[in-house]
Structures are given as C-alpha cells and as structure tokens.
Design a protein around this ligand. Structure first.
Ligand code: FAD
Length: 300
C-alpha cells in the first residue's frame, strides 16, 4: 500500500535543491517513479514528501560539438535516448543498450537520473557510461559540480549525492575515431545478471590495438573498469588468431577481478562463468565493428 505523501512541483533546479535540503530525510526526488513508487508500495522506503523534478527542464539530449560530448538531461527517459537521432548516429552503443533496457513501460517512464541515482547494481546504463569515461553533473544548494560516474556510484543503492543534491545531466565524451565497441548482457529476469562492455581503439594503420576499455557490471555492488584486461589487449595485433588469444587472457583477467554478489540473478560461480563467456563474445564483436567498412563506432 502507498502511504500518503505530499507532492512538490518546483520549476527550477535551485527551488528543487532547496526543498530537498529543507525537507531532509523525509523527502526524495521523484522522476519516473519506476523504482521509487515500487519501493514505497512495498514499504521498503517511506517518504512524507516527493519532489517532482519533471518540470524543471532537464529532459534534453544534445551533442555538444565544441566539447565533443553528448549531454543527456537527468529526466530524459530511456525511450527518448533510444530514439534520439543524435544518440543513434554518434553514440550507437548507448542507443542500442537503451533499446534493451527492461520493457517498453519502464523505458517510457524511467529516466537516466533515476537509473544512476537509485544505484541498483543491475544497471546497463552505468556500465556503458564507464566505457565513455562519462561524468555526472550535480546541482546542490551551493552550486554545480561534476563527478565521474566511477566516483558517483559508491556502493549498491548508494551514490555520492548529499543533502539537497540533484543529478542534472550526464556528459559522455565521444569514443576515439575508428574505435570498435560493443556492450552485451545476459538477462533472464528483466534486469541483467551480467553485462560486459569493450571498446578497442586501433593504431593509425589499423593493424593493432592502441587502446582498450573494458567494463563489467551487474555482478557486484557497482560496475567497474578492468585495468588488467585493458592492459592485456593494448598493443595486440588485430589479426584473428593473435587477437583471439589475447581475448582469452583478457577474459581470464576480467573473471579474476569479479567478486560477484550471489542473488536472484545467479550464484557467484554462475556469474563468473557468464562474465568470462560474455567478455570473449563482446571482444570479438567489438573487433568486427572496428573492421566493418565505414564504421567509426561499433554497436552492441
Ligand atoms: C522491471 C524493471 C526492469 C529493469 N531493467 C533494467 C535493465 O535491464 N537495465 C537497466 O539499466 N535498468 C533496468 N531497470 C532500472 C530502470 O532503468 C530504472 O527503474 C529507471 O531508470 C529509474 O528511473 P525513474 O525515473 O523511474 O526513477 P525514480 O523511481 O523516480 O527514482 C529512483 C531513485 O533515484 C532518485 N532520483 C531520481 N532522479 C534523480 C535525480 N535527477 N537526482 C537525484 N536523485 C534522483 C529518486 O529519489 C529515487 O531514490 C529496470 C527497472 C525495472 C522496474
């Protein structure tokens, strides 16, 4: 049952921050409500005040040409990102990942801000944003600050947001030109059990890997980048046999770093096994995207 609460409708971020600060622990931000209202109905969370941030103009999605980065407003829904022409053309891995989040109902109402701020460990979005070295812009009572996604997510269901803080935007820089990228997940209960993302950047002659980014999510409390797997891939030839061998080493390094939480989505051993399989398949797909004629970014 949903307990009574008062809904506040601020029209600016300043007003929303101030309200949240003044109301303290009795209040929460209300965006799409897909997590919040469910948790309130189940009695897991109880708030006397909800601060609706849908009317403060945070739903925009645009590509900042000068900074070379995508700016997604906190109240942009998964579906609006999935269908955004700019995301589809410049950030296809994000558009494709969004198309596979949950179901149409959740995608139509759930927001980027709600996904990141709830910090539910089974988030595709958080894992993919790590591959872009993305950051989160926060509005607080003393102004704005920008925090990398890796520092924003502190633990399961815990972010670095403090009293009066609202997430207002995600900034995701473009991947390096010529990169091949792929995000793959395994899901059987709507939310993913494991998600692995890989970006490989070719050398100028496109014969080898100049740089690599590897992220794994959903297995533990927060998603993370796997430096050991990235090191294993750097400098490796893109020739099929050499690449495949390096991918096997990278997958082993990734599995060694996983410290899975056993939950409804699987046992520790099961998640480790899935992470290794996904790492190999994702890397092979990233290479295919890289080698595909005309591709400047891969998609998942
Ligand atoms: C059935 C189901 C399946 C799902 N499957 C997936 C999946 O496959 N992949 C995936 O990545 N995600 C998945 N999700 C998570 C989904 O992406 C989130 O539920 C959704 O994005 C939350 O957004 P919201 O606007 O509804 O958040 P709300 O429910 O409105 O808010 C969630 C929390 O974040 C806080 N909050 C919201 N916005 C802000 C803000 N701007 N600043 C500060 N705090 C804020 C709220 O106070 C609340 O604590 C799934 C969810 C459901 C219910």
């Amino acid at each position: 049952m949903l307990h009574p609460f008062r809904l506040h409708e601020p029209t600016t971020a300043e007003e929303a921050s101030r309200l949240l600060y003044d109301l303290g622990e009795d209040a929460a931000v209300y965006a799409g409500g897909t997590e919040l209202l469910l948790a309130m109905k189940q009695g897991v969370l109880r708030y006397a005040h909800l601060v609706n941030i849908k009317h403060i103009g945070l739903g925009g999605i645009h590509y900042d040409e000068a900074a070379g980065c995508l700016r997604i407003g906190a109240t942009a829904t998964h579906r609006s990102i999935e269908h955004s022409a700019v995301v589809q053309s410049h950030f296809p891995m994000i558009a494709d990942m969004e198309a596979h989040v949950a179901n149409v109902r959740v995608r139509a109402t759930g927001t980027v801000g709600g996904n990141l701020c709830f910090a539910e460990p089974h988030s595709d979005l958080a894992t993919v944003l790590l591959l872009y070295d993305a950051a989160v812009r926060i509005h607080g009572t003393s102004g704005h600050r920008t925090v990398p996604v890796s520092a924003f997510l502190v633990d399961s269901y815990t972010t670095c947001l403090g009293p009066g803080d609202i997430m207002v935007e995600v900034e995701a820089p473009r991947l390096p030109v010529g990169a091949g990228a792929c995000y793959r997940k395994f899901a059987f209960l709507e939310r993913p059990s494991v998600g692995v993302g890989i970006v490989i950047v070719p050398t100028r002659d496109r014969a080898a890997i100049a740089d690599a980014r590897v992220a794994v999510g959903c297995v533990g409390a927060t998603p993370f980048r796997v430096a050991e797997a990235e090191d294993t891939l750097r400098g490796v030839s893109l020739a099929a046999a050499t690449f495949e061998q390096a991918v096997r080493s990278a997958a082993r390094a990734l599995v060694a770093r996983c410290d899975p939480t056993e939950d409804l989505y699987g046992s520790r051993e099961y998640k480790r096994h899935l992470a290794g399989v996904l790492a190999r398949r994702t890397a092979m797909a990233a290479r295919e995207h890289l080698l595909a004629e005309g591709a400047s970014h891969g998609t998942s």
